[in-house]
Design a protein around this ligand. Structure first.
Ligand SMILES: [Zn+2]
Length: 343
């Protein structure tokens, strides 16, 4: 069996004031990512519910003339691409508008404004709105690849609502393209190639078969995408979608429609769980290679309690150690019911 799901359990012994000072052993479960070996910790869940924040008032205060992505401003004050890259400077695909990021993170960095509406609640997203935005991102990537043959790493990134790091409420996604990988792109690419050399198999498609057989973290198929929960999660949930496409050239409209359908199902689960904000990323290998696969990753973001404490702390940032209150196996089972074939 080429994929190994390894974990280490530790127990901390103390007198618990919540249980009549009884001496208890509290578990920390350290899980090793089957591809990279990086660890994540499943920690004790005191059971406090996640509480979503209502952004309706903030939406009223930030919409219209105050928002660069609202109709009043988007065609006037957002930047434009040079004509040799995009004729006319911007792409428009129904409500989706693609333009350069004024403060780029990468050699090529487009913003896709997703909707006319300033604040779109998760339950208000439609399949069309999400699919159109990702198709518009795809169109931009196509142009970048024609224009700059040095491009090796491409991703579509989504910060939704302020807890995720999103600085503008108006829904938008970002396309990054460069010859330089991010740490994640570097780790997944290098390790997937090592796995392929050693096992003669594609890691992500092997993971799909393995997880489907095991059933423990399997969520379900939506058309061309297989969904499962990460064994070593990056947050309280960590959903991985593996596409039936190895690289950019193999992606078509249907893939983005499947992604949009999937997102609406995750939003139903998030609603049930009191989660609103999230980070999501779609990794798209530029050149087809037997070791690589297009994939998506979705994690929740939130603030905690009255102080609106960040969900990211010293462990995530400086120790590089993701923490999860939830068991991946339990979450997979809970979310599975929205995908019809959950186990
Ligand atoms: Zn707006």
């Amino acid at each position: 069996m080429p994929i190994s799901f390894r974990k280490h359990e530790e127990f901390f012994t103390f007198h618990d004031p919540m249980q009549d000072e009884k001496l208890i052993d509290r578990k920390t479960e350290i899980r090793f990512d089957p591809l990279t070996g990086e660890t994540s910790r499943i920690i004790f869940d005191p059971g406090a519910p996640f509480i979503p924040k209502d952004y309706s008032q903030l939406a009223k205060e930030t919409e219209g003339v105050k928002c660069p992505f609202c109709a009043e401003n988007v065609s006037k004050i957002t930047p434009r691409f040079p004509d040799e890259l995009v004729e006319g400077g911007r792409f428009i695909a129904r409500e989706a508008i693609v333009f350069p990021n004024l403060f780029p993170y990468s050699k090529h960095n487009a913003v896709v404004r997703m909707s006319n509406q300033h604040y779109v609640k998760p339950e208000e997203f439609t399949e069309e709105l999400i699919a159109d935005s990702f198709k518009a991102a795809h169109q931009y990537i196509e142009k970048v690849l024609e224009f700059d043959n040095q491009t090796e790493y491409v991703s579509i990134n989504w910060n939704y609502l302020p807890p995720s790091g999103g600085s503008i409420l108006h829904p938008h996604i970002q396309v990054l393209a460069s010859e330089q990988p991010t740490n994640y792109q570097s780790a997944i690419t290098t390790n997937s190639h090592s796995f392929y050399e050693k096992e003669g198999e594609n890691y992500l498609t092997s993971l799909v078969s393995e997880e489907r057989n095991l059933g423990e973290r399997w969520i379900g198929h939506v058309g061309s995408i297989s969904w499962l929960h990460a064994y070593a999660p990056k947050s309280h949930y960590d959903f991985i979608g593996i596409f039936e496409a190895a690289s950019f050239d193999e992606l078509g409209s249907g893939n983005y429609e499947d992604l949009a359908k999937s997102m609406l199902r995750f939003f139903l689960y998030f609603k049930e769980q009191g989660v609103e904000s999230f980070n999501a990323v779609m990794h798209i290998p530029v050149k087809k290679h037997a070791a690589e696969q297009v994939h998506f990753r979705l994690v929740p973001r939130m603030t905690i309690g009255m102080l609106e404490t960040s969900d990211m702390n010293v462990f995530n940032f400086l120790q590089g150690e993701p923490l999860s209150l939830k068991s991946p196996e339990t979450v997979a089972k809970e979310v599975g019911k929205f995908f019809n074939e959950g186990k």
